[in-house]
Design a binder for this molecule. Sequence first.
Ligand code: ARG
Length: 230
Amino acid sequence: PTVEKIKEKGELVMLTNAAFPPFEYVDGSEITGVDVEIAQAIADELGVKLSVTNMDFDPIIDYIKTGKGDLGIAGITANEEREKAVDFSTSYITTTQYMILPTGVDGATFDPNGKIIGVQQGTTGDNYYASDPEVMQPKEVKRYKSAVDAAADMALGRVDCVIIDEMPAKAIVANNPDKMQAYDPGYDKESYSIAMMKGNDSLKQVVDSVLQKLADEGKIEEMIVKHTSN
Ligand code: ARG
């Protein structure tokens, strides 16, 4: 939907998967996090109310492509494959994939080949790493609805390693420090962007200018600190 249509309906619909702290997570009955605050700033700029839809991560790109929401804001890594389906804003975070390992396992010598790897279905941790035989040949890839679920299964000994984005990995580990640790395997950098329907240039302009302003004012850093210390 164009900016005009969004203003007409008085509502900006954000699609996300709120099991990805500090970017989006459920706090009591509220969905909050860095991405939700960014979406709120965009809604404020448009003068409309923000509505947040919590759904599985995997179909978000397709939902945005077919207009079932205005913005996909879910720590989404912009890449060529997804760019075929949606347009992306400028990037607002640069990060990388991490491993969550049980405590006592040495990350530096951990070999994912022949192991059971847990991922969130449809993420880059799934597509670029666990499911790419040129990168690793696990015994099995277990795909979960969230990295939180994958890590919980690792704590039960059903998975050897979880691959997920750096900051969520650290947040999950912080909640279970006696059982798990976060390890940086030195994978490539990835950048998060906001997904929009293709050709929606009026909306992209607003989104990019809000992101620029938030970055210039150091607000994104502040949001990360705020939602990390929670
Ligand atoms: N950055 C990764 C990707 O784009 C993972 C994103 C998962 N986001 C979420 N809200 N669960 O595939």
